[in-house]
Design a protein around this ligand. Structure first.
Ligand code: G6P
Length: 367
């Protein structure tokens, strides 16, 4: 085998551990650290004319797109839609002049995403592709190629490609913000500094591997698991649930924390663990109050937060996972690590085939 697992038991674990290095590698090609600027390939169209962004992807790449929607809207003030690729064409999307489609794909070959790209092209949209395989079909067909530099990803469940996609999308959102006159030099400098902190923060997050492994048995016995998050951590809740489903075959759902009370709270009892993603920050209090609604109904909560968050709200949880305290921009990258590790260790505890889960393929080339 050309690519080995190194000292790791599975490709997935190796790829989780590669994240600080590959995210640093990816950021190196999108940030000019000396000048404190983002630096992206220059497209053959004027970014300043982009009036709407439509993000399309599948699976884990779709969740990266959901996170990026917040960034395009908050940083660049450009309206952003995000669709699962298999639904995109069938909702007869309105695509006007000044529209940019961003496809996100590890493989660059996923049939649904490629079909969406071609549909958007036929409707006169510009196309940017965030792909991990630079020779892929999507890379070739895009107007603007934004490669992730994650290296080959072998584990069927995507991990390092996801965090690298987030790194590229954050830099691209900043670039678009600058082109739209929404990011002055000072703000850009700040943003570049926060992004550049991601590799070290990912490393710090990996340090909790053993404690996550030690609590995996609490989840491995469950039949159903809920993940809750707010804002950009809501897509992370979805990603956490997807990872768990994919490799441990435990039924899991991700929910926007505030939406709990509109349905899923009916599922809560002491047999349904609830994983709450709540970095301290502006949304913390609200998420914690949703978490307390769960606890009041006998729900068993695992809180993933930083030191301050765990201190403030960790009491009464069956377990807590302490992440480094990071800027909200990089929190989705950092919080990806504990949800990946949790899914991994639960799957290992259950004895499933982590790298080749049943019924799944690494790249899906049928619609
Ligand atoms: C498959 C894989 C997922 C992946 C999805 C999208 O379903 O099992 O891990 O997220 O395809 O793949 P892409 O290559 O387009 O990112």
């Amino acid at each position: 085998e050309l690519i080995s697992k190194g000292n790791h038991r599975h490709y997935m674990l190796k790829e989780i551990y590669e994240q600080p290095v590959v995210v640093a590698q990816t950021l190196r090609s999108y940030l000019r650290r000396m000048e404190d600027q983002v630096s992206l390939p220059v497209p053959d169209f004027d970014l300043g004319t982009i009036r709407r962004v439509t993000i399309v992807a599948c699976g884990t790449s779709y969740y990266a797109g959901m996170v990026a929607k917040y960034w395009f809207e908050q940083l660049a003030r450009v309206p952003a839609d995000v669709d699962v690729a298999s639904e995109f064409r069938y909702r007869a999307p309105v695509m006007e002049d000044g529209g940019l489609m961003i496809v996100i794909s590890q493989s660059g070959e996923t049939a649904d995403t490629l079909a969406a790209l071609r549909h958007a092209r036929s409707e006169g949209q510009k196309i940017a592709a965030v792909v991990n395989v630079p020779t892929s079909t999507m890379a070739r067909e895009a107007d603007l190629l934004l490669p992730t530099h994650a290296g080959p990803e072998i584990g069927v469940a995507s991990t390092k490609a996801f965090t690298c996609q987030l790194a590229v999308l954050a830099a691209f959102a900043a670039n678009l913000a600058r082109a739209k006159g929404r990011l002055d030099a000072k703000a850009e400098k700040e943003l570049v500094r926060h992004l550049a902190e991601a590799p070290a923060a990912l490393n710090a997050a990996l340090a909790y591997d053993e404690s996550i492994e030690a609590m995996a048995h609490l989840i491995a016995v469950a039949r159903d698991v809920l993940y809750l998050g707010r804002g950009p951590d809501y897509p992370l809740a979805l990603e956490g649930a997807l990872k768990l489903k994919e490799i441990s075959y435990i039924h899991a759902e991700g929910y926007a924390a505030g939406e709990m009370k509109h349905g899923p709270i009916a599922l809560i009892d002491d047999k349904v663990p609830v994983i709450v993603l709540a970095p301290s920050g502006p949304l913390f209090e609200k998420t914690v109050s949703n978490m307390q609604e769960v606890q009041a109904r006998g729900g068993k909560v695992v809180l993933i937060s930083d030191y301050d968050g765990v201190q403030a709200a960790g009491e009464g949880c069956i377990a807590t996972i302490t992440m480094p305290k990071v800027h909200p921009l990089i929190a989705p990258m950092v919080y990806a690590v504990p949800v990946q590790l949790l899914a991994y260790h639960v799957a290992v505890a259950k004895g499933t085939d982590v790298d080749q889960p049943r019924n799944l393929a690494k790249s899906v080339t049928v619609e």
